[in-house]
Design a protein around this ligand. Structure first.
Ligand SMILES: [Ca+2]
Length: 202
């Protein structure tokens, strides 16, 4: 009887540990030509966007433009934080700047609308002195299961005598959910079951 109960607890813990796949939907890229050929790949809790034509400056007919990536996510559990990684792919040169802003709202999944004010945001300005990589974590001011996320990139590279370039290439996102038992917790639960089994054998 006692052993059965412990096994049940372990089964629940394992279910919690493995039920964390995030569902991404309603992915919208705007605006062409910066968003042309944009694509994504979702793996587990993460999604990676590629934007091969998001480039302005001397290498493009454009000197400025905005690239937006929006999506909905069902975390399958309460969401704690969101990791945001931006890789420009090419260094920002000369007058080039990329203003990255990410905003997170709670989503009403039935009506496909946001609920109230944003629950988290992060921003970063790339220029010729910052390097082409940014990694940050968005803490949410309340835990929700459904979110809408908008990533906005304002690219600017007005022509100067120098080589001017601003581009965005790869944008990664990881969704951190809770509560997920850590391996140590599972090990303790396993040890408990082993002890119970041992006691019963005596
Ligand atoms: Ca130039």
């Amino acid at each position: 009887m006692h052993l059965k109960k412990t096994s049940g607890v372990i089964a629940l813990a394992l279910a919690a540990a493995f039920s964390q796949a995030v569902t991404f939907s309603n992915i919208v890229y705007s605006f062409p030509p910066l968003s042309t050929d944009a694509d994504h790949e979702a793996i587990g809790n993460s999604i990676s966007f590629t934007t091969p034509n998001a480039i302005v400056g001397d290498a493009s007919p454009l000197t400025n433009g905005t690239l937006n990536i929006q999506y909905n996510a069902d975390a399958g559990a309460l969401l704690l934080s969101i990791g945001a990684v931006v890789s420009l792919g090419a260094p920002t040169l000369g007058s080039g700047t990329v203003q990255f802003t990410e905003t997170v709202w709670e989503l009403d999944p039935i009506n496909n609308v946001t609920v109230g004010a944003p629950i988290g945001t992060i921003s970063h300005l790339f220029d010729s002195s910052t390097g082409s990589f940014f990694s940050g974590t968005i803490s949410l001011n309340r835990s929700v299961q459904y979110v809408r996320v908008l990533k906005s990139f304002e690219l600017n590279a007005p022509d100067t005598a120098a080589l001017d370039l601003a581009a965005v290439a790869i944008v990664n996102q990881s969704i951190n959910t809770a509560p997920v038992p850590e391996p140590a917790t599972l090990a303790v639960l396993g040890l408990g079951a082993a002890l119970v089994a041992k006691r019963r054998r005596k």
